[in-house]
Structure formats: C-alpha cells, structure tokens
Design a protein around this ligand. Sequence first.
Ligand code: NAD
Ligand code: UDP
Length: 326
Amino acid sequence: MPGASGRTVIVAGGAGFLGSHLCDRQIAAGHRVICVDNLSTGRLENISHLMDHPCFAFVLHDIVEPFELLEDVAQIYNLACPASPPKYQIDPLHTFKTSVFGALNLLRIAEEKGARILQASTSEIYGDPEVTPQPESYRGLVNTIGPRSCYDEGKRAAETVFHDTHEERGVDIRIARIFNTYGPRMDPEDGRVVSNFIMQALTGETLTIYGSGQQTRSFCYVDDLIDGLIALMNSDKVGPDPVNLGNPGEFTIAQLADIVLQMTGTQSTVSYRELPRDDPRQRRPDITRAKAVLGWAPKVPLREGLVPTIAYFMSEVARNARNKPE
Ligand code: NAD
Ligand code: UDP
C-alpha cells in the first residue's frame, strides 16, 4: 500500500462504531490501515470517507474463516464482534465462533507476521458482578447457558486463547476489557441503551427502561476509549495481562433516561419493559491499573460526551427523514 511512512495496522471490525474511529486515528497518525469486516453490524458509511485514501484498504471478510495477507503487519486490533445484546443474540453460535475462531485466525496472522495483537475484550466477562468496582483480578459471575452467554463466554474464551498463544508461542498480546462506550457512529438501530434512548427522545417515542431502571452502567465517551486502546497497544510496559478501560462514573439507567430527556428537551416520557434475563445489576470499572501502567484516564464526563452524541443522532434522524420514500 503506497503513501504512508508509518506501520501497517489491521483493524478487524473497522467498519463498526469503535473500529471506524480507530481507523481514523491510525490514518491521521500516518499509518496504513487494513480494515477487515464482514459488515454484519458495521456500516460502510462509517468508513466511506476513508475508502479513497491511499493508506486505507477495506477487506470484506468474516474472521471466523482463515485468511492470508501478503503485506507485513506491525499491529492487529481485534474489534470484530457484534457488541449489542439484540445483535449478538441473532446468531449466538456465530457470535461465539467470531470470538473464538476469529481470535485463533488473527493470532495466527500475528504469529506469522511478528505483529503485536490487541483483543477487544469486555466488562461482560465479569457477568453479573458481586463486587464493585470491578478490578481485573475479579473472575466474574457468568451464566454458561443464558441469552448473553454466547458473547460473555465467547469473550472469556478469546482471552484464554490469547493468553495461551502468548504463553506457548510467544505472540505479543494486549487485552483491553472495555466497559460501555458511546458516541457518534453508534448504529441508531443497534439496540443499546444510549442509542435507543436518544433516538426515542428525538423521535417523540417513550424511552424504554428495562426492569426498574435501578441497574447501573458506567459510560465512556468514544474518544477517551480510543485513546486508551492506542495507549495499551503502544505500551511496552504493560505486558499481556488484561487492562480495564472505561469511565468509572456510574449511573442508573433511570438516571440516564432523565439526562437524555433533559438534554434533548423532548416531550417524551418513559415506559417500563421487562428486564432481559441475566441483565447485570451493576457495572463500574476499577481503572487503577490503566492509570498506573498507561497513565490513562477518561476525560469526558457523561453530560459532555452526550452533546456531540445527540448532535450525531439528530443528523441521523434528519438523514432518515430525507431518504424516506414520499
Ligand atoms: P459494532 O457492532 O459497531 O462493531 C463490530 C464490528 O465487527 C462491525 O463492523 C461488524 O460488522 C464486525 N464484525 C462482527 N462480526 C464479524 C466477523 N465474524 N468477521 C468480521 N467482522 C465482524 O460494535 P462496537 O461497539 O464497535 O464494538 C467493537 C468491539 O469492542 C467488539 O469486539 C465489542 O465486543 C467490543 N466492546 C465494545 C463495547 C462498547 O460499549 N462499544 C464494550 C465492550 C467491548
Ligand atoms: N436498557 C434499557 N432500555 C433499552 C436498552 C437497554 O433499559 O432500550 C438497559 C439494559 O437492560 C441494560 C442497560 O440498559 O440494563 C445497558 O444495556 P446495553 O444493551 O446498552 O448494554 P449491556 O447490557 O450489554 O451493558
């Protein structure tokens, strides 16, 4: 690939919400990016502005299947996996295979190329945690046979595959345990709470709170998260052990609904729906390790990050209205 003076980086899942921001950041830093994505939950419009860039290549591929690359590669970010519960539950076996076979396929490329590889793991590996905040040493409380298991157990198994490949074959790995992240380029239809609430507020529908709304989540703005991923990938101090990345600011889902109602100025109200099975009651990252080894901490508080996020969803609503058949 011509053009850049920097390294070549694979971003698997690069057409998705987080992956497309990561592609932008790598290109801006002067690196060459190979974006590998099957477009199952990603969208070409997230990367359309990069398609003609001489340092960007898009490969339509499902990472469950092995693949070859001719180029030398210095770094691989594995972000390929549906992340929203309604999406990853559409085909649970494929979600599980994406995590496990996908990890094995990308690790094989990392070994062949001598590349460093980062796994986008998740706070979901802690399941429905009994301790709060959750440090990396907490082993989790996860159901093996529930609706979330394909994702949670797939991501847990992927960590094992990464760890064992490092131990047995010396592959240079990084593992990021990402907590709920939001921002522009979330798919308005993807069913996660931030996108649902904002879209509902902007279109005058009721905000659907599942359960009592007293369950908590900690929301990290996308720019902070991408800073953390890049810092983790580029750090030579941190080693192969997992690192939590997230914003420790913890909110109940009812509080989030109130904030969205307030910030959008909508006339919408809230309605209550059944709580999905195995929905975690609380989630908050202990980021002591990320602060110590990466010097990283999130900077953007929830209300501040929601400003550009709401603006993005407003433009999505306007675009949908324009594209609607007469
Ligand atoms: P997303 O659904 O927007 O992006 C995932 C991308 O991976 C999409 O472009 C999708 O098309 C692609 N993909 C899915 N399965 C694939 C496969 N088998 N082969 C090739 N490509 C495939 O989700 P996101 O929020 O951007 O999440 C990115 C990564 O970060 C995921 O691995 C997710 O588990 C992890 N993560 C995200 C969050 C969050 O809050 N956003 C939290 C924890 C972990
Ligand atoms: N949730 C909700 N209304 C929605 C979507 C989600 O109340 O329209 C709740 C969901 O039950 C969970 C929390 O919000 O308790 C976060 O859900 P999300 O799907 O965003 O992420 P995850 O559960 O994987 O953390």
